[in-house]
Design a protein around this ligand. Structure first.
Ligand SMILES: Nc1nc2c(ncn2[C@@H]2O[C@H](COP(=O)(O)OP(=O)(O)OP(=O)(O)O)[C@@H](O)[C@H]2O)c(=O)[nH]1
Ligand SMILES: O=C([O-])CC(=O)C(=O)O
Ligand SMILES: [Mn+2]
Length: 619
């Protein structure tokens, strides 16, 4: 090695070149210094989360070609490179000390070996760039459920996205005090502007690196993300912290971090019920969270669309599960979002929104499949290429997204920022299944509820790399997001149910995606899902009829309100049908799945599987 002269001091400022905030937390200061020495940026900028900071960085992103300013107010389009459009599950690692604690669903490496590899990747990774320090809170400041994180990143796109998705800045920093605990979230796009031979190279609109690493050390509450600028890989408050790290914290501390939407529904006679629903990626959480009910008299208010943290209420509460949405923004799927399917979202994203990988119209606005029935005659597609309707390719990437603050949501519930959270009355498990799973079924016991969550399966979507349409087991919609062994997660749910006793939420399985012979969806979905929610609410309020099936309680004839729906005769029967042969195959698939998880599967769930098999045989 050639001897190196000591590095010149790196300027440390705020985003305008003014003084950085005075820091009272020596542990945080030391970590930032250590990361600066490792990655060798030209400058260090501390973020305070102000709107002036947001606008400054957006202007900078426009200047450097990452953002295109749109005609809708204060909105921007970013186009990623074609190899950086979704989460990379194959390059995502969960690295506790012992491999068996990560479980077979997670990629694992021995932590010291992984740290050495990351050290190599991050050494000098930010040369020529600015290192941003982004303190953020997940959850309302001052809530017992809230956790603090600090993301270090060399991507201003990530900084502005974090502004929208989390509570960034001063308050988060202050709530750390002098020695508060925080999650260390280290991110680099992995494209230094000074090559190893010392030569400079120009920046590109979407810097990234072909070898990506999304690494979690749950025991150290630490995340290292390298090579990607895409949402789930780079906005580290979201999947990495609020699900993978937080689920491990919850296991240790008796709470839950789940891939769920959160809403409040009010019945026509004024009952308020809170619902938390787990659906895999791109299976309808955002849509359900913002549903505009077609049934008269029902109101839905939005609390969250992707992540819920919940714990049994502490002293002075009613002992039920209390839930918060730890995020402060929505990172939603664009395709399929239109005035008919999700009018609330369409209104929400009319301004102040960052779009990624959608198409650009000739008048400087955005378009994607499903926004309008007829596509515009000419577009620039998500790759920046000319597009006309006769092109044989989508104009927007199937996983193109909008990023927007919750404040823009027209149906936002007033309690979304309540430090106490909301009580959970109902838990929903949903998936995308063309066959087998009925439109709705209630789990009659807690064991059967946990069994329903543990055996969820769904067709693969564009939200992650992989083959679309293939059915895979996705327990609790957490397969790609659990920070520990999946089967331990089920044990945790069983224990929590025992602790809650009669204050447990009621649990229902739903499937909006069952298809008929012609391959078309049998159920109209979207706003019409309010009919299913109404039956669920009335079950909880003890005023809706159900009939038993081997797979749970389904609406009795006439109990699900379908008045005014244009359903061909027999459709509801097919939607609620329990196909014995399909369920026998399901039992076999679950048995194989359980076998792959070894002896960590709780015996309660193996007993439930046997019981299901017996109920099917008895039919
Ligand atoms: N047929 C049908 N499609 C739906 C329904 N709800 C949502 N979708 C479609 O499913 C896709 C994903 O919906 P989202 O609500 O964005 O899914 P999500 O679970 O929030 O996705 P992530 O943000 O990846 O976690 C969109 O293309 C929707 O149009 C429904 O009730 N019926
Ligand atoms: O995390 C992401 O990239 C988007 C998302 O919500 C999911 O995939 O569930
Ligand atoms: Mn999601």
């Amino acid at each position: 090695m050639t001897p190196t002269s000591p590095l010149p001091p790196v300027p440390v400022t705020d985003v305008f070149g003014g003084p950085a905030p005075t820091l009272r937390h020596p542990g945080l200061a030391a970590w930032v210094e250590e990361m600066t020495a490792l990655t060798q940026p030209d400058a260090v900028v501390w973020c305070e989360g102000s709107s002036a900071e947001y606008h400054r960085l957006c202007d900078q992103l426009v200047d450097q070609g990452t953002f295109i300013r749109l005609s809708r107010p204060n909105s921007f389009l970013a186009r990623s490179t074609p190899d950086d459009v979704a989460r990379v599950e194959g390059r995502t690692f969960v690295c506790p000390e012992r491999e068996e604690d990560a479980g077979p669903s997670n990629n694992w490496r021995e932590p010291a070996a992984m740290r050495a590899e990351l050290d190599d990747r991050f050494r000098g990774a930010m040369t020529g760039r600015t290192l941003y320090v982004v303190p953020f809170a997940m959850g309302p400041i001052g809530s017992p459920l809230t956790q603090i994180g600090v993301e270090i990143t060399d991507s201003p796109y990530v900084v502005v996205s974090m502004h929208l998705m989390a509570r960034v800045g001063r308050e988060a920093l202050d709530s750390l005090g002098t020695d508060g605990e925080f999650v260390r979230a280290m991110h680099s796009v992995g494209r230094p502007l000074i090559a190893p031979d010392g030569s400079c190279r120009p920046d590109v609109p979407w810097p990234s690196h072909p070898d990506k690493y999304i690494v979690h050390f749950p025991q150290d509450r630490e995340i290292w993300s390298f090579g990607s600028g895409y949402g789930g890989n780079a906005l580290l408050g979201k999947k990495c912290f609020a699900l993978r790290i937080a689920s491990a914290m919850g296991r240790d501390e008796g709470w839950l971090a789940e891939h769920m939407l959160l809403l409040r529904m009010t019945t026509p006679d004024g009952h308020d019920l809170h619902l938390a629903g787990a659906f895999p990626s791109a299976c309808g959480k955002t849509n359900l969270a913002m549903i505009r009910p077609t049934l008269p008299g029902w109101t839905i208010r939005t609390l969250g669309d992707d992540i819920v943290w919940m714990r049994p209420g502490g002293p002075g509460t009613d002992g039920r599960l209390r839930a918060i949405n730890p995020e402060a923004g929505f990172f939603g799927v664009a395709p399929g979002t239109g005035p008919d399917s999700n009018p609330v979202a369409v209104e929400m994203i009319a301004r102040d929104t960052i779009f990624t990988n959608v198409a650009l119209t000739d008048d400087g606005d955005v378009w994607w499949e499903g926004l309008t029935d007829q596509p515009p005659a000419h577009l620039i597609d998500w790759r920046g290429q000319e597009w006309t309707p006769d092109c044989d390719r989508p104009a927007a990437h199937p996983n193109s997204r909008f990023t927007v603050s919750v404040q823009r949501c027209p149906t936002l519930d007033s309690a979304w920022d309540d430090p106490a959270g909301v009580p959970v009355d109902i838990v929903l498990f949903g998936g995308r299944r063309a066959t087998t799973v009925p439109l709705v079924a209630e789990a009659p016991t807690w064991e059967r509820a946990v069994f329903a969550g543990a055996t969820m399966a769904s067709e693969r979507t564009a939200a992650a790399e992989g083959t679309l349409g293939q059915v895979r087991r996705d327990p609790f919609a957490m397969l790609p997001f659990s920070g520990y062994h999946l089967a331990d997660h089920w044990t945790h749910w069983l224990a929590l149910g025992a602790r809650l006793g009669p204050r447990r939420p009621r649990v229902f399985q739903v499937n909006w995606f069952r298809r008929g012979a012609a391959g078309r969806f049998l159920w109209p979905g979207f706003g019409e899902n309010s009919r299913v929610l109404a039956w669920i609410a009335d079950r909880v309020l003890d005023r809706a009829e159900a009939v038993e099936t081997p797979v749970g309680l389904v609406p009795a004839p006439g109990a699900l309100d379908i008045t005014g729906l244009d359903l061909p005769p027999g459709t509801l029967d097919r939607l609620l049908d329990v196909d014995l042969e399909a369920w026998q195959q399901e039992v076999a698939a679950v048995r194989e799945f359980f076998a792959g998880l070894g002896d960590r599967v709780p015996p309660e769930l193996t007993r439930e599987l046997d019981a299901l098999e017996r109920r099917l045989a008895a039919r």
